[in-house]
Design a protein around this ligand. Sequence first.
Ligand code: ADP
Length: 334
Amino acid sequence: MKRDYRMRILSIGVIIYILAAVTWWSFLLVKKNREAFDAKERYYRQDMQMKGLAGSEAEFFESETYLRLQKTHRRQQLMIIGEGTVFVLSLLLGIWFVNRAYLQEAASARQRRNFLLSITHELKSPIAGIQLAVETLLKRELLREQSEKLLGNALRETGRLNILVNDLLLSAKLETAYRPHIEPLDISAMMEEIVREFQAKYPNATFQLSCSDDLPPFAGDRSGLSAVGYNLLENAAKYSPEPAWVAMSIQARDNNGIRLEVADRGVGIPEKERRRIFDKFYRIGNEDTRQTKGTGLGLYIVEQIVLAHQGTIAVLDNSPAGAIFRIDLPFLKP
Ligand code: ADP
Protein backbone atom coordinates (compact mmCIF):
# COMPACT_ATOMS: atom_id res chain seq x y z
CA MET A 1 0.00 0.00 0.00
CA LYS A 2 2.86 2.34 0.99
CA ARG A 3 4.66 1.42 -2.23
CA ASP A 4 1.52 2.23 -4.23
CA TYR A 5 1.31 5.59 -2.50
CA ARG A 6 4.96 6.38 -3.30
CA MET A 7 4.44 5.36 -6.92
CA ARG A 8 1.43 7.65 -7.17
CA ILE A 9 3.34 10.60 -5.72
CA LEU A 10 6.21 9.86 -8.14
CA SER A 11 3.83 9.68 -11.14
CA ILE A 12 2.14 12.95 -10.13
CA GLY A 13 5.63 14.55 -9.89
CA VAL A 14 6.56 13.29 -13.37
CA ILE A 15 3.26 14.52 -14.84
CA ILE A 16 3.70 17.98 -13.29
CA TYR A 17 7.26 18.09 -14.67
CA ILE A 18 6.10 17.13 -18.21
CA LEU A 19 3.32 19.76 -18.14
CA ALA A 20 5.71 22.45 -16.88
CA ALA A 21 8.32 21.46 -19.51
CA VAL A 22 5.77 21.58 -22.36
CA THR A 23 4.53 24.99 -21.21
CA TRP A 24 8.08 26.30 -20.87
CA TRP A 25 9.18 25.00 -24.30
CA SER A 26 6.05 26.43 -25.97
CA PHE A 27 6.73 29.80 -24.35
CA LEU A 28 10.37 29.71 -25.52
CA LEU A 29 9.34 28.73 -29.07
CA VAL A 30 6.82 31.59 -29.26
CA LYS A 31 9.48 34.01 -27.99
CA LYS A 32 12.16 32.79 -30.44
CA ASN A 33 9.69 32.90 -33.29
CA ARG A 34 8.89 36.51 -32.41
CA GLU A 35 12.61 37.37 -32.33
CA ALA A 36 13.12 35.73 -35.74
CA PHE A 37 10.19 37.71 -37.11
CA ASP A 38 11.60 41.00 -35.74
CA ALA A 39 15.02 40.23 -37.25
CA LYS A 40 13.52 39.38 -40.65
CA GLU A 41 11.37 42.49 -40.53
CA ARG A 42 14.45 44.68 -39.85
CA TYR A 43 16.39 42.98 -42.64
CA TYR A 44 13.62 43.36 -45.26
CA ARG A 45 12.98 47.00 -44.26
CA GLN A 46 16.65 47.96 -44.69
CA ASP A 47 16.89 45.94 -47.89
CA MET A 48 13.82 47.60 -49.42
CA GLN A 49 14.90 51.07 -48.29
CA MET A 50 18.36 50.54 -49.82
CA LYS A 51 16.79 49.40 -53.10
CA GLY A 52 14.42 52.36 -53.00
CA LEU A 53 11.36 50.09 -52.92
CA ALA A 54 10.00 51.57 -49.71
CA GLY A 55 10.78 55.15 -48.83
CA SER A 56 9.06 55.41 -45.43
CA GLU A 57 8.16 52.95 -42.65
CA ALA A 58 4.46 53.26 -43.48
CA GLU A 59 5.21 52.24 -47.07
CA PHE A 60 7.15 49.18 -45.82
CA PHE A 61 4.32 48.09 -43.47
CA GLU A 62 1.88 48.23 -46.39
CA SER A 63 4.18 46.34 -48.77
CA GLU A 64 3.43 42.84 -50.06
CA THR A 65 6.70 41.52 -48.53
CA TYR A 66 5.83 42.68 -45.01
CA LEU A 67 2.25 41.41 -45.17
CA ARG A 68 3.47 37.96 -46.33
CA LEU A 69 6.05 37.90 -43.52
CA GLN A 70 3.45 38.83 -40.95
CA LYS A 71 1.02 36.18 -42.22
CA THR A 72 3.68 33.46 -42.01
CA HIS A 73 4.64 34.57 -38.52
CA ARG A 74 1.00 34.48 -37.30
CA ARG A 75 0.51 31.00 -38.79
CA GLN A 76 3.62 29.72 -37.03
CA GLN A 77 2.57 31.24 -33.69
CA LEU A 78 -0.88 29.65 -33.98
CA MET A 79 0.72 26.31 -34.90
CA ILE A 80 2.96 26.32 -31.82
CA ILE A 81 0.13 27.29 -29.47
CA GLY A 82 -2.36 24.88 -31.13
CA GLU A 83 -0.03 21.89 -31.12
CA GLY A 84 1.08 22.62 -27.55
CA THR A 85 -2.55 22.74 -26.43
CA VAL A 86 -3.45 19.51 -28.26
CA PHE A 87 -0.39 17.81 -26.72
CA VAL A 88 -1.31 18.94 -23.19
CA LEU A 89 -4.98 17.94 -23.65
CA SER A 90 -4.02 14.51 -25.03
CA LEU A 91 -1.64 14.03 -22.15
CA LEU A 92 -4.31 14.98 -19.61
CA LEU A 93 -6.85 12.68 -21.28
CA GLY A 94 -4.33 9.82 -21.25
CA ILE A 95 -3.56 10.46 -17.58
CA TRP A 96 -7.28 10.49 -16.78
CA PHE A 97 -7.81 7.12 -18.51
CA VAL A 98 -4.78 5.54 -16.84
CA ASN A 99 -5.79 6.91 -13.44
CA ARG A 100 -9.36 5.63 -13.83
CA ALA A 101 -8.10 2.17 -14.82
CA TYR A 102 -5.70 2.22 -11.85
CA LEU A 103 -8.49 3.16 -9.39
CA GLN A 104 -10.82 0.48 -10.82
CA GLU A 105 -8.09 -2.14 -10.58
CA ALA A 106 -7.23 -1.10 -7.00
CA ALA A 107 -10.93 -1.28 -6.02
CA SER A 108 -11.40 -4.71 -7.55
CA ALA A 109 -8.16 -5.99 -5.93
CA ARG A 110 -9.49 -4.71 -2.59
CA GLN A 111 -12.84 -6.43 -3.21
CA ARG A 112 -11.14 -9.71 -4.12
CA ARG A 113 -9.04 -9.52 -0.95
CA ASN A 114 -12.13 -8.73 1.14
CA PHE A 115 -14.01 -11.57 -0.51
CA LEU A 116 -11.23 -14.08 0.18
CA LEU A 117 -11.01 -12.99 3.81
CA SER A 118 -14.76 -13.09 4.35
CA ILE A 119 -15.37 -16.34 2.48
CA THR A 120 -12.57 -18.06 4.39
CA HIS A 121 -14.15 -16.95 7.63
CA GLU A 122 -17.66 -17.84 6.50
CA LEU A 123 -16.52 -21.33 5.51
CA LYS A 124 -14.23 -22.00 8.44
CA SER A 125 -16.50 -21.08 11.32
CA PRO A 126 -19.46 -23.38 10.45
CA ILE A 127 -17.09 -26.23 9.60
CA ALA A 128 -15.33 -25.76 12.95
CA GLY A 129 -18.73 -25.68 14.71
CA ILE A 130 -19.90 -28.90 13.03
CA GLN A 131 -16.58 -30.63 13.69
CA LEU A 132 -16.70 -29.73 17.36
CA ALA A 133 -20.27 -31.01 17.72
CA VAL A 134 -19.49 -34.31 15.99
CA GLU A 135 -16.28 -34.87 17.97
CA THR A 136 -18.05 -34.19 21.27
CA LEU A 137 -20.85 -36.60 20.35
CA LEU A 138 -18.30 -39.29 19.45
CA LYS A 139 -16.05 -38.95 22.48
CA ARG A 140 -18.52 -38.43 25.28
CA GLU A 141 -21.58 -40.11 26.71
CA LEU A 142 -24.08 -37.26 26.69
CA LEU A 143 -27.57 -36.84 28.03
CA ARG A 144 -30.26 -36.76 25.37
CA GLU A 145 -30.85 -33.06 26.00
CA GLN A 146 -27.17 -32.20 25.54
CA SER A 147 -26.92 -34.26 22.35
CA GLU A 148 -29.99 -32.54 20.95
CA LYS A 149 -28.47 -29.13 21.67
CA LEU A 150 -25.22 -30.07 19.92
CA LEU A 151 -27.06 -31.53 16.94
CA GLY A 152 -29.21 -28.40 16.74
CA ASN A 153 -26.06 -26.25 16.59
CA ALA A 154 -24.53 -28.47 13.93
CA LEU A 155 -27.74 -28.29 11.91
CA ARG A 156 -27.76 -24.47 12.12
CA GLU A 157 -24.15 -24.34 10.94
CA THR A 158 -25.01 -26.68 8.04
CA GLY A 159 -27.82 -24.27 7.16
CA ARG A 160 -25.30 -21.39 7.10
CA LEU A 161 -23.01 -23.36 4.79
CA ASN A 162 -25.97 -24.20 2.60
CA ILE A 163 -26.97 -20.52 2.26
CA LEU A 164 -23.38 -19.55 1.44
CA VAL A 165 -22.99 -22.21 -1.24
CA ASN A 166 -26.39 -21.31 -2.72
CA ASP A 167 -25.40 -17.63 -2.86
CA LEU A 168 -22.15 -18.52 -4.62
CA LEU A 169 -23.92 -20.74 -7.13
CA LEU A 170 -26.69 -18.21 -7.74
CA SER A 171 -24.24 -15.34 -8.26
CA ALA A 172 -22.26 -17.45 -10.76
CA LYS A 173 -25.52 -18.33 -12.54
CA LEU A 174 -26.63 -14.68 -12.61
CA GLU A 175 -23.52 -13.82 -14.61
CA THR A 176 -24.16 -16.37 -17.29
CA ALA A 177 -27.32 -18.40 -17.49
CA TYR A 178 -30.03 -16.74 -15.39
CA ARG A 179 -33.41 -16.33 -17.11
CA PRO A 180 -36.28 -15.61 -14.71
CA HIS A 181 -38.99 -18.23 -14.91
CA ILE A 182 -42.04 -15.96 -14.88
CA GLU A 183 -45.13 -17.57 -13.38
CA PRO A 184 -48.27 -16.25 -11.61
CA LEU A 185 -47.24 -15.59 -8.03
CA ASP A 186 -49.02 -14.80 -4.77
CA ILE A 187 -46.21 -12.51 -3.68
CA SER A 188 -47.83 -11.54 -0.35
CA ALA A 189 -48.24 -15.17 0.69
CA MET A 190 -44.68 -15.90 -0.40
CA MET A 191 -43.22 -12.98 1.58
CA GLU A 192 -45.46 -13.79 4.58
CA GLU A 193 -43.86 -17.23 4.70
CA ILE A 194 -40.36 -15.75 4.54
CA VAL A 195 -41.14 -13.16 7.24
CA ARG A 196 -42.44 -15.97 9.47
CA GLU A 197 -39.17 -17.89 8.97
CA PHE A 198 -37.17 -14.81 9.94
CA GLN A 199 -39.28 -14.21 13.04
CA ALA A 200 -38.45 -17.77 14.11
CA LYS A 201 -34.77 -17.28 13.29
CA TYR A 202 -34.52 -13.95 15.17
CA PRO A 203 -37.04 -14.32 18.02
CA ASN A 204 -36.01 -11.04 19.72
CA ALA A 205 -36.49 -8.96 16.58
CA THR A 206 -39.76 -7.51 15.29
CA PHE A 207 -40.71 -8.30 11.69
CA GLN A 208 -43.80 -6.64 10.22
CA LEU A 209 -45.45 -7.23 6.88
CA SER A 210 -48.11 -5.02 5.34
CA CYS A 211 -49.68 -5.71 1.95
CA SER A 212 -52.26 -3.46 0.33
CA ASP A 213 -55.65 -5.12 -0.26
CA ASP A 214 -55.81 -4.05 -3.88
CA LEU A 215 -52.73 -5.99 -5.02
CA PRO A 216 -53.28 -6.95 -8.66
CA PRO A 217 -52.36 -10.42 -10.00
CA PHE A 218 -48.59 -10.57 -10.25
CA ALA A 219 -46.10 -12.77 -12.07
CA GLY A 220 -42.40 -13.30 -11.38
CA ASP A 221 -39.66 -15.82 -10.74
CA ARG A 222 -40.48 -17.61 -7.47
CA SER A 223 -36.96 -18.63 -6.44
CA GLY A 224 -35.41 -15.34 -7.62
CA LEU A 225 -37.89 -13.15 -5.73
CA SER A 226 -37.65 -15.25 -2.60
CA ALA A 227 -33.84 -14.77 -2.74
CA VAL A 228 -34.58 -11.01 -2.87
CA GLY A 229 -36.81 -11.26 0.22
CA TYR A 230 -34.30 -13.42 2.15
CA ASN A 231 -31.34 -11.19 1.42
CA LEU A 232 -33.10 -7.90 2.24
CA LEU A 233 -34.57 -9.23 5.50
CA GLU A 234 -31.26 -10.83 6.49
CA ASN A 235 -29.40 -7.56 5.92
CA ALA A 236 -32.04 -5.50 7.74
CA ALA A 237 -31.69 -7.74 10.79
CA LYS A 238 -27.91 -8.06 10.51
CA TYR A 239 -27.17 -4.34 10.26
CA SER A 240 -29.48 -3.27 13.10
CA PRO A 241 -28.70 -3.12 16.82
CA GLU A 242 -30.63 -5.68 18.84
CA PRO A 243 -33.58 -6.02 19.07
CA ALA A 244 -33.96 -5.29 15.36
CA TRP A 245 -37.11 -3.78 13.89
CA VAL A 246 -37.85 -4.63 10.25
CA ALA A 247 -40.89 -3.73 8.17
CA MET A 248 -41.70 -5.10 4.75
CA SER A 249 -44.50 -3.63 2.66
CA ILE A 250 -45.99 -4.52 -0.71
CA GLN A 251 -48.12 -1.95 -2.51
CA ALA A 252 -49.76 -1.65 -5.92
CA ARG A 253 -48.37 1.07 -8.22
CA ASP A 254 -51.32 2.46 -10.26
CA ASN A 255 -51.41 -0.23 -12.95
CA ASN A 256 -47.64 -0.03 -13.20
CA GLY A 257 -46.70 -3.07 -11.17
CA ILE A 258 -45.88 -3.45 -7.50
CA ARG A 259 -43.59 -1.73 -4.99
CA LEU A 260 -41.79 -3.79 -2.37
CA GLU A 261 -40.04 -2.01 0.48
CA VAL A 262 -37.90 -3.28 3.34
CA ALA A 263 -37.22 -0.74 6.08
CA ASP A 264 -35.05 -1.04 9.16
CA ARG A 265 -33.84 1.21 11.95
CA GLY A 266 -30.24 0.08 11.81
CA VAL A 267 -26.95 1.73 10.97
CA GLY A 268 -28.17 3.03 7.58
CA ILE A 269 -26.13 3.41 4.41
CA PRO A 270 -24.04 6.52 3.75
CA GLU A 271 -24.94 8.41 0.56
CA LYS A 272 -21.58 7.76 -1.12
CA GLU A 273 -21.86 3.97 -0.67
CA ARG A 274 -25.35 3.63 -2.17
CA ARG A 275 -24.19 2.69 -5.65
CA ARG A 276 -21.28 0.46 -4.69
CA ILE A 277 -23.14 -1.80 -2.21
CA PHE A 278 -24.67 -3.55 -5.24
CA ASP A 279 -21.24 -4.48 -6.63
CA LYS A 280 -20.23 -8.11 -6.38
CA PHE A 281 -18.24 -8.82 -3.16
CA TYR A 282 -18.49 -5.19 -2.02
CA ARG A 283 -18.88 -4.65 1.72
CA ILE A 284 -18.78 -1.28 3.47
CA GLY A 285 -15.67 -0.81 5.62
CA ASN A 286 -12.66 -3.00 6.13
CA GLU A 287 -12.70 -6.79 6.44
CA ASP A 288 -10.00 -6.76 9.14
CA THR A 289 -12.10 -4.67 11.52
CA ARG A 290 -15.67 -5.58 10.56
CA GLN A 291 -17.80 -7.47 13.08
CA THR A 292 -20.69 -8.65 10.89
CA LYS A 293 -20.54 -11.82 8.81
CA GLY A 294 -21.12 -11.78 5.08
CA THR A 295 -19.61 -12.11 1.64
CA GLY A 296 -20.83 -9.01 -0.22
CA LEU A 297 -22.95 -11.15 -2.54
CA GLY A 298 -26.44 -10.49 -1.14
CA LEU A 299 -27.22 -7.12 -2.70
CA TYR A 300 -25.48 -8.07 -5.95
CA ILE A 301 -27.89 -11.02 -6.21
CA VAL A 302 -30.87 -8.80 -5.28
CA GLU A 303 -30.07 -6.17 -7.92
CA GLN A 304 -29.42 -8.70 -10.68
CA ILE A 305 -32.74 -10.46 -10.02
CA VAL A 306 -34.61 -7.14 -9.94
CA LEU A 307 -32.98 -6.11 -13.25
CA ALA A 308 -33.86 -9.47 -14.80
CA HIS A 309 -37.50 -8.65 -13.89
CA GLN A 310 -37.07 -5.26 -15.63
CA GLY A 311 -37.47 -3.58 -12.24
CA THR A 312 -35.52 -0.93 -10.33
CA ILE A 313 -34.00 -0.79 -6.87
CA ALA A 314 -33.19 2.26 -4.76
CA VAL A 315 -31.86 2.91 -1.26
CA LEU A 316 -33.41 5.65 0.88
CA ASP A 317 -32.86 6.94 4.39
CA ASN A 318 -35.30 5.76 7.01
CA SER A 319 -36.39 8.13 9.75
CA PRO A 320 -35.05 8.59 12.42
CA ALA A 321 -32.39 6.01 11.45
CA GLY A 322 -31.78 3.07 9.15
CA ALA A 323 -32.29 2.26 5.51
CA ILE A 324 -35.19 1.55 3.16
CA PHE A 325 -34.68 -0.67 0.14
CA ARG A 326 -37.34 0.14 -2.47
CA ILE A 327 -37.98 -2.22 -5.37
CA ASP A 328 -40.40 -1.42 -8.21
CA LEU A 329 -41.39 -4.39 -10.34
CA PRO A 330 -43.50 -4.16 -13.49
CA PHE A 331 -46.23 -6.60 -14.51
CA LEU A 332 -44.68 -9.32 -16.65
CA LYS A 333 -46.48 -11.87 -18.76
CA PRO A 334 -46.04 -15.49 -17.58
P1 ADP B 1 -23.02 -8.74 3.04
O1 ADP B 1 -24.23 -8.47 3.88
O2 ADP B 1 -22.74 -10.18 2.86
O3 ADP B 1 -21.83 -7.96 3.49
P2 ADP B 1 -24.50 -7.48 0.88
O4 ADP B 1 -24.20 -7.45 -0.58
O5 ADP B 1 -25.79 -8.05 1.30
O6 ADP B 1 -23.27 -8.21 1.55
O7 ADP B 1 -24.42 -5.98 1.41
C1 ADP B 1 -23.31 -5.17 1.03
C2 ADP B 1 -23.02 -4.14 2.13
O8 ADP B 1 -24.09 -3.20 2.20
C3 ADP B 1 -22.94 -4.75 3.51
O9 ADP B 1 -21.62 -5.17 3.79
C4 ADP B 1 -23.38 -3.62 4.42
O10 ADP B 1 -22.28 -2.82 4.76
C5 ADP B 1 -24.31 -2.80 3.54
N1 ADP B 1 -25.74 -3.05 3.87
C6 ADP B 1 -26.58 -3.90 3.22
N2 ADP B 1 -27.82 -3.85 3.74
C7 ADP B 1 -27.78 -2.94 4.75
C8 ADP B 1 -28.75 -2.42 5.68
N3 ADP B 1 -30.02 -2.84 5.67
N4 ADP B 1 -28.32 -1.48 6.55
C9 ADP B 1 -27.05 -1.04 6.55
N5 ADP B 1 -26.09 -1.49 5.70
C10 ADP B 1 -26.44 -2.43 4.82
